[in-house]
Design a protein around this ligand. Sequence first.
Ligand SMILES: [Zn+2]
Length: 136
Amino acid sequence: MIEKIRKFMYKRNGIDDLFYFMFILYFIIYIVNLFLKSLIIDIIGIIIFIIMFYRYLSKDISKRKKENDKYLKLKNKIINYSKSNSIYKKCRKCKTVLKLPLPYKRGINHAKCPTCGCMVTIFTLKRQKIEVIRKK
Ligand SMILES: [Zn+2]
């Protein structure tokens, strides 16, 4: 029996990071839908489940690997973004991209654009850390 499974799984994609992600996503959707009982969410869950197993059993390993790499890249981007302690905002007047430190206290505040002197409205931040990222 185990030998049969092994033969069946030979040269198939199997479990990768994207599989785990989809599994968790499916699980979350399933739990959420226990309360919402929406047919659309149900269908989305089923589609995710089908894709998940299609990828799992797929013999086109190089294509599946590419998908997995794309997912990992995106995941890293999101992780890095959430780790960074700065936000990027475009000055509405001169379109200069400003790097602003993240607020340490909530509330609307203003920063002066170093290029044109225009006031940029943002959440509270340390003014002295403003950096010009890209001038237009
Ligand atoms: Zn400006």
